[in-house]
Design a protein around this ligand. Structure first.
Ligand code: GLU
Ligand code: MG
Length: 441
């Protein structure tokens, strides 16, 4: 739209939520009253740069690069991304890009980092379509009691939560988020909402809006939605599968499929996927950035634990869902603690590196790698995904392609805040330890 304030006035919207995202994958921002919108569109609204050096529990990390004296970034709303919020009266929402006082884009901005990766892909002659499959739990009131006991794909599970489903599927298209389907997943009270493919930046924004809508609508119904990767060791984890296909940037022709290849994939898609496999450990840091993420990535759990690919095989890290027109790549490790701007940027840079180096993905895996013995895994050169966040962060730290692609600032400060979170987590003592060790030895 040309003028955000006029668009808001015409719809009697009096609030604009201007949102940026942080390295914890959270939406952050503030409410701007209508009268102040023209000024904010022009100059932005300021936030302390120090926010990017806060841990997920809102503690400043030690030795912050951005301390109290580090000044501001300006969040300038992008009117292209503006939507009306169906679940909040009189309110609009817009994503912002973060700028410095001199007008330049701040190199720490996650949204700008993804735009940069998309430009690099275009320089290689390609565009990407991305679709996210977020899984989440609905709890009765506050977290603790799953909303129901219904099974996977059951109509009973839909029937039970149809008020939630109705509200969500009405709200999403109003925000420009095209919903493909909502289904009952196999955890108690677990659901999955699939978003239609879009260009990477838009797909990431759709996911942020979906998370916001799911939480807000659940709360309005007296429920509680959680995207936590693993709530309980006995319950299914909540993943965030990413589907990606490649097109020619000039005419949108498909560049993913090749019917003549046994895998159904083009040479371009094969080397792009090989880049994912080659950088898998570091990508796990971006897609699975919390200690809780690694409780989900267990062998034999439907979430991947090994670095391999397969055709139609849900036990692999990268699944090629099907041949022919359905050809696309599905990266199955990520979860909703990720910032999708950064995760997608990482996936694009890793894929581009695979293409530029002409990497090959090796043979597809046809069985469940989670059930293979260690020796068999070694013979077949199948590596484990990082077993914890420490290992993933080490791999990310050492990954030059991702560091160059995302930029040194994001690379360093992402690690800074996420390692601070991990250090705080590592000194906790939990119920399992108390039960096991209280009377030990
Ligand atoms: N919930 C599983 C995960 O954590 C995925 C189940 C599925 O294949 O949809 O990734
Ligand atoms: Mg699923």
């Amino acid at each position: 739209m040309d003028d955000l304030a006029t668009w808001m006035s015409e719809r009697a919207l009096r609030h604009l939520w201007v949102a940026y995202t942080d390295y914890h994958g959270r939406l952050a921002g503030r409410d701007i009253p209508l009268a102040r919108v023209p000024g904010v569109v022009e100059r932005g609204t300021n936030f302390a740069k120090a926010n990017f050096n806060f841990s997920i529990r809102d503690e400043q990390v030690s030795h912050p690069r951005f301390g109290a004296d580090s000044g501001d970034v300006l969040a300038i709303p992008d009117s292209v991304s503006a939507v009306q919020l169906p679940f909040q009266a009189e309110s609009a929402f817009a994503f912002a890009t973060l700028h410095l006082e001199d007008g330049s884009v701040w190199e720490g901005c996650p949204r700008a980092a993804l735009q940069c990766a998309v430009s690099a892909l275009a320089e290689a002659g390609l565009a990407a379509s991305v679709a996210f499959e977020p899984e989440f739990y609905l709890f009765a009131s506050d977290a603790g009691l799953p909303i129901n006991q219904t099974g996977m794909y059951t109509i009973a599970g839909l029937d039970e939560q149809m008020e939630f489903v109705r509200r969500l599927s009405a709200a999403l298209p109003e925000m420009g988020v095209e919903l493909e389907q909502i289904g009952k997943e196999y955890g108690q009270g677990q659901y999955e909402a699939n978003i239609a493919p879009d260009r990477p930046v838009e797909a990431a924004e759709d996911l942020f809006l979906l998370r916001l809508a799911v939480r807000s609508i659940a709360r309005q119904l007296g429920q509680h939605a959680s995207f936590m990767p693993k709530f309980d060791p006995a319950m299914a984890g909540s993943g965030l599968h990413v589907h990606l296909s490649l097109q020619d940037v000039s005419n949108n022709a498909d560049r993913t499929a090749d019917a003549d290849d046994a895998s159904g994939l083009s040479a371009t898609a094969r080397s792009f996927m090989a880049g994912w496999l080659n950088h898998a450990e570091a990508l796990t840091a971006l897609g699975c950035p919390t200690p809780n993420s690694y409780k989900r990535l267990q062998p034999g759990s439907w979430a991947p634990a090994h670095i391999c690919w397969g055709i139609g095989n849900r036990a692999t890290l990268v699944r090629v869902p099907g041949p022919g027109k359905r050809a696309r790549l599905e990266f199955r490790a990520g979860d909703n603690t990720t910032n999708p701007f950064l995760f997608l940027a990482g996936l694009i840079w890793a894929g581009l590196d695979g293409m530029q180096r002409g990497l090959a993905p090796g043979e597809p895996v046809t069985d469940d790698a989670g059930h293979l013995e260690t020796e068999e895994l070694a013979t077949r050169h199948i590596r484990f995904l990082p077993r914890d966040a420490h290992a993933a962060f080490e791999a990310f730290e050492a990954d030059h392609a991702l560091k160059t692609g995302l930029g040194a600032l994001i690379h360093t400060e992402f690690l800074h805040v996420k390692r601070a979170e991990l250090a705080a987590y590592d000194v906790q003592v939990n119920d399992w330890e108390r039960a096991a060790y209280f009377d030990a030895p």
